[in-house]
Each structure stands twice: as structure tokens, then as C-alpha cells.
Design a protein around this ligand. Structure first.
Ligand SMILES: [Zn+2]
Length: 452
């Protein structure tokens, strides 16, 4: 549902694929038709001059757990997509778990799209799931429009979404190789993970060490080399794996990797006892590891940054809606809530480290769009969707969990001061707010509409 008519939007700091520049972007019927100099003169139905306020492509968050249908009490399409919009995210890709049913069959995908239809404030695409025994569903799910497949190599926490063995990973990747769709992998090796030796956060971190990630990534690289399929490591937390990933890329293996805002922002040293809003798998590691992750982003070993927004009811973390310190890291459900905050979180740190808005946009818009096979998303370019964000890069503001539009208010960012805030958002050429009637579309791989 693109906006009919024309829009001319100018900014002296327009983030284009080639860098940040003065530009005017002319939009017709929801698509970018022309990009010219800042003083470009063209008649348009609507004209916007942002002056020095940066104009970015909408963020594409390819790692969001919406959980509807079935666990809508954790997060649903209406709340998740409104929060996304408020944070400058104009496209999300929904994970195949933790909804019920999990998206491992075409029927389950139909249940998803039926639940999502009509309530999405931003565009939404869907990952399928690869689990033991669903080989017959892989082709039909691709035909039905999933953007690729997610699998685990370790217990996912959900019995209905079990992990793949090495052999199953190879055959699932062989089955999708020809399509070009990626296999995205939760890469922790169960043989390297133990039961935490105590209730402390340090004990939890020690139970899921970097070598668990390294061993699993070796398994993924081997399967990618065997099958020729594109592989992607989700939520990389162990910075020491960067060299392994770079080596595989240099050897010509189709591999990419993402990390998440929480691994780039927090460090284990600062996690207070009982604050299970910080719990996720793999865990937020120590400050020295965070340095390695930033280096890996800088040198391209890590390609992108996405939220892994994965909320649950606060009671499952041993917390109340107000948060608190009542959680137990051994038993709390894992997952960090941050969909609305990702762009500001990453920019807050990136700017101090000398990165530009073009870098952040490449990590958070271009890479996720390319991973999910959405060619009209993720960059401001002729022919692309007119999904834009006006972003004030200098304003400092304090996060108040209770003011976020996520279904639940618990987030480790509560009370933190961030720099940079989304001020306006356009979706398909129309300026939108979280409070407007939802106008997001359901997308298939390739960017076309998902058949209902
Ligand atoms: Zn996830």
C-alpha cells in the first residue's frame, strides 16, 4: 500500500549508498524516482526540507521475534511494529519461533500471515524454520515467500523447534542452495555448554563460553562449503570468532554475520545481580570482548547489526513489569527487548568510535535487506521503496522503559542515556507515526507482496 502522488524531500546530510551528501530525493507512488542535488527543482504534491537533519534509509531489522500467534502475550504484530516504527525501523523480518505454531510448515506460515494481516505499522517479511523432519516443507515454504530459513545447533528452549544435527544442517542447506536463500544459524555447540555453577551472572556467562560459538561456526562453515548455500551467523557474541569468519569469507565461502546492539553496548561487568532483563543466549560477554566486536565491525568481519528483539512476559524472567532484581539467570527465559532502540543504541557508541551514519546505515539497513532478499529495501536508491528516517544525531535522551511501545516495558536500556533520536518516518512515501492506522505490507523474498 504505497502512497500515491509525489514527494520531494531534501537534506544536507542524506545517507546514500556512496556516503553522506547534500541531496533531494523525488518520490512517486511510494518509490524513489530520482535523486538530485539539494537545490533540485521539481513540482511535487508534498515538499519537505530537513536542512541539516540527516535523512537515512529506514532501518531493516531482520531479526525480530514477534511471537504471534500463540504467544502474543509476549509480543504481537501490532505492538512490535509500532515500536519498530517509533525507532526508525520500516521493515522487520519475523523469526519462525517463538510463535505457536512455529513457522516450519506452509500451514504455520498461513497462520502467521493471517495473524499479521491488517495490524502491521511497518512492512513485515517472514523467516521459515528448518527443524529435523521438515525437509518436505522447505521447498513449499520457499515457494510461499519466506526470505530464508533459521535453524539452531543447540536447544532453542522450545521442544517444537529442535536443533539440527551436523548432517541435517548439511542436507537442509543443500536443499536451499539453488534458491539463493540463506540459512541463518543460532551457532552455539551444545558439547561446549554447561549448567551454570551458581546464580551469578558470571556463572551464566561461563556456562556458554566463546568456544561454543567457535565450534558451531566451524560446523556452519563446513556445511556452507559442502552445500554451496549462503550461511549467516545470527547474534554473534564472541569477538574472537571474527578471524574464523574472515578466513572463511576469504576462502570464497558465502558467509555473513550479525551482532546485536546489546553486545556492542553492554558488558558483563556491569550486569547487576538478579537483573535477568540482560539474559540472552549467547550471553553479553566482558568489555574486552566488546572491543573485539567493534573491531570486527570496523574491518568487515561482522556485516550487520540487528536487534534480536526477543521479549517474553516479565514473569518468565522472574521480574515484574517494573523490572527489578528478582530474576535467576539459571532459570529465566533468555531474550532482550530493544526493537525500538537499536538505531539510537548503536549510533550512541558508533559516533564516539569514529564511525559515520553511513556505516551504521550499512550495518542496520543495507546488510539486513540484502540478507533477506529485499532489493527495494535498505538504501536510498532509484527504484527503491521510499522508506526514510529523519534522525537527529546529536540529541541526548534518557530511555524510559515504561514509555516504549513494546508489549512489555522490561528492557536493560531502562534509564540509560542515548544519543541520537528518530524524529520523522516515511513508509512507502507517506509520513507515518505509530498512532496512525497501520499501513505496513506483508512481503515475500524478492520484495513483492506475500500471497495470503
Ligand atoms: Zn533470536
Amino acid at each position: 500500500m504505497s502512497d500515491q502522488g509525489t514527494l520531494l524531500i531534501r537534506s544536507r546530510r542524506t545517507v546514500l549508498p556512496g556516503g553522506v551528501t547534500e541531496a533531494a530525493v523525488f518520490v512517486r507512488d511510494g518509490r524513489v524516482e530520482l535523486i538530485g542535488g539539494y537545490d533540485l527543482r521539481l513540482d511535487a504534491d508534498r515538499a519537505v526540507d530537513l536542512g541539516d537533519l540527516p535523512l537515512l534509509p529506514g532501518v531493516v531489522d531482520s531479526h525480530v521475534h514477534v511471537n504471534e500467534p500463540g504467544r502474543t502475550a509476549w509480543e504481537g504484530f501490532a505492538t512490535a511494529t509500532r515500536a519498530a516504527l517509533a525507532g526508525g525501523v520500516t521493515t522487520i523480518c519475523d523469526m519462525p519461533l517463538n510463535s505457536s505454531p512455529v513457522t516450519t510448515t506452509v500451514d504455520a506460515l498461513r497462520a502467521k500471515t493471517a495473524a499479521a494481516a491488517g495490524q502491521c505499522a511497518v512492512d513485515v517479511a517472514f523467516w521459515g524454520g528448518a527443524v529435523p523432519g521438515n525437509a518436505d516443507s522447505i521447498g513449499p515454504l520457499l515457494d510461499a515467500g519466506v526470505v530464508g530459513f533459521k535453524c539452531f545447533l543447540i536447544d532453542s528452549g522450545l521442544p517444537e523447534f529442535p536443533p539440527l544435527s551436523r548432517e541435517e544442517l548439511r542436507s537442509a542447506m543443500a536443499a536451499i542452495a539453488e534458491s539463493g536463500a540463506p540459512m541463518i544459524v543460532h551457532a552455539e555447540d551444545p558439547s561446549q555448554v554447561t549448567t551454570p555453577a551458581g546464580a551469578s551472572y558470571d556463572a551464566f556467562v561461563a556456562s556458554r563460553p566463546p568456544i561454543a560459538e567457535r565450534r558451531a561456526i566451524e560446523t556452519v562453515i563446513s556445511a556452507a562449503a559442502f552445500s554451496g548455500a549462503r550461511a549467516h551467523i545470527v547474534h554473534l557474541a564472541a569477538g574472537e570468532c571474527a578471524a574464523l569468519i574472515s578466513s572463511a569469507k576469504a576462502a570464497g565461502i558465502a558467509l555473513s554475520a550479525e551482532t546485536c546492539p546489546h553486545y556492542l553496548f553492554f558488558a558483563a561487568e556491569e550486569v547487576p545481580p538478579g537483573h535477568t532483563e540482560f539474559k540472552c543466549c549467547p550471553p553479553v560477554r566482558y568489555a574486552v570482548n566488546r572491543e573485539a566486536l567493534w573491531r570486527a565491525l570496523g574491518d568487515g568481519a561482522i556485516d550487520g547489526v540487528v536487534s534480536d528483539h526477543s521479549p517474553c512476559a516479565p514473569s518468565l524472567k522472574g521480574l515484574t513489569e517494573a523490572g527489578g532484581a528478582g530474576g535467576d539467570f539459571r532459570t529465566a527465559w533468555g531474550g532482550i527487548s530493544s526493537l525500538q532502540l537499536g538505531l539510537s543504541v548503536v549510533w550512541s557508541v558508533a559516533r564516539r568510535r569514529g564511525f559515520s551514519l553511513a556505516d551504521v546505515s550499512r550495518w542496520m539497513s543495507a546488510l539486513p535487506a540484502s540478507l533477506a532478499g529485499l532489493p527495494t529495501k535498505g538504501r536510498i536508491a532509484v527504484g527503491g521503496d521510499a522508506d526514510f528516517v529523519a534522525f537527529d544525531p546529536d540529541v541526548a535522551w534518557a530511555v524510559r522503559g515504561a514509555e516504549l511501545l513494546h508489549k512489555h516495558h522490561v528492557t536493560p536500556y531502562d534509564g540509560r542515556t542515548l544519543t541520537g533520536r528518530v524524529t520523522r518516518v516515511w513508509l512507502g512515501g507517506a509520513e507515518v507515526t505509530p498512532y496512525d492506522p497501520p499501513r505496513g505490507r506483508l512481503l515475500a523474498r524478492g520484495g513483492g507482496p506475500l500471497a495470503g
